[in-house]
Ligand binder design. Sequence first.
Ligand code: SAM
Length: 326
Amino acid sequence: MTPAPSLSAPHVPVLLDEVIDALAPAPGETHVDGTFGAGGYTKAILDKGAARVFAFDRDPDAIRYGEALAATCGGRLTLVPERFSRMRQALADRDVEAVDGVTLDIGVSSMQLDQSERGFSFQGDGPLDMRMGKDGQSAADFVNSADEVEIADVLFHYGEEPKSRRVARAIVAARPISRTGELADIVRKALGHHAGMKKDPATRTFQALRIHINDELSELEGGLAAAEQLLNEGGRLAVVTFHSLEDRIVKRFLKSRSGALPSGSRHLPAASTDGVPAPTFEAVAKPVRAGEAELKANPRARSATLRAARRTTAPAWAGKAEGAFA
Ligand SMILES: C[S@@+](CC[C@H](N)C(=O)[O-])C[C@H]1O[C@@H](n2cnc3c(N)ncnc32)[C@H](O)[C@@H]1O
């Protein structure tokens, strides 16, 4: 058996107390942790007495790392090496049709960022990989084969890079590119970089490529819709995001599903003769950000936002979740 990956710096769970308050796991309940990572949320859910936790992670390293925890849980923790957009099918395969809580902590873990061989970070040089699931197209495959317009679109939409065309041109001129350090230097040169800049100009390009390679925004939409279909009446959904693109998706989903958006939203199904369908969620709290103490202890919490909601009795709206079964 391949050994579990070593952890250079363990992942510190963000907004842990707030997530657990929102999820309110109770004895006898079944919960889904869609993003197991280093298991911070899963452990806390189990500690609160939940009878079963199904913990998903698309990264085989995270699943292997979790096996030690699962071995101490007497069958209460099931690790599922799957994307969370497919949680409904993966649970059905395990004879689970409904759950009491779903949590998603979107993005990469510290383990993934810190291991330069995963290619997520330009802090240390590594192969330009960025695949959470270690399968499919790598970031190097993409930057070396896509045309300039396609690269610029990815940088613009997923990195909100205002000079996306200039960066894309520089990338195409420098190909082939195989290392994270190489790509970071190309971007810095294209945009101008000097010591003392608040944010490295390569940050937006790395974010954009990671989101594209892992199809992260579609995953989030699929995960939300699957949660809507799986949650029992009164079931809780808690989602932590780290940038505005993700938070916007969660905000719009919860607003539309709680009846707070006018019809015409892309999340609303076509109006039926009965009018707009009944809300499937009600908000349990305002969006939560990390407090002073957490920010001091864990700078990663700086950009985190938690949104939480409770499932109503209304039937799930048709939509994205069907895609999760494809
Ligand atoms: C921010 S970390 C989660 C940390 C976790 N809450 C903890 O306390 O340790 C995100 C994890 O979710 C996984 N992940 C990201 N997108 C995923 C997806 N669509 N499906 C399954 N796992 C995903 C990543 O591989 C990573 O391990």
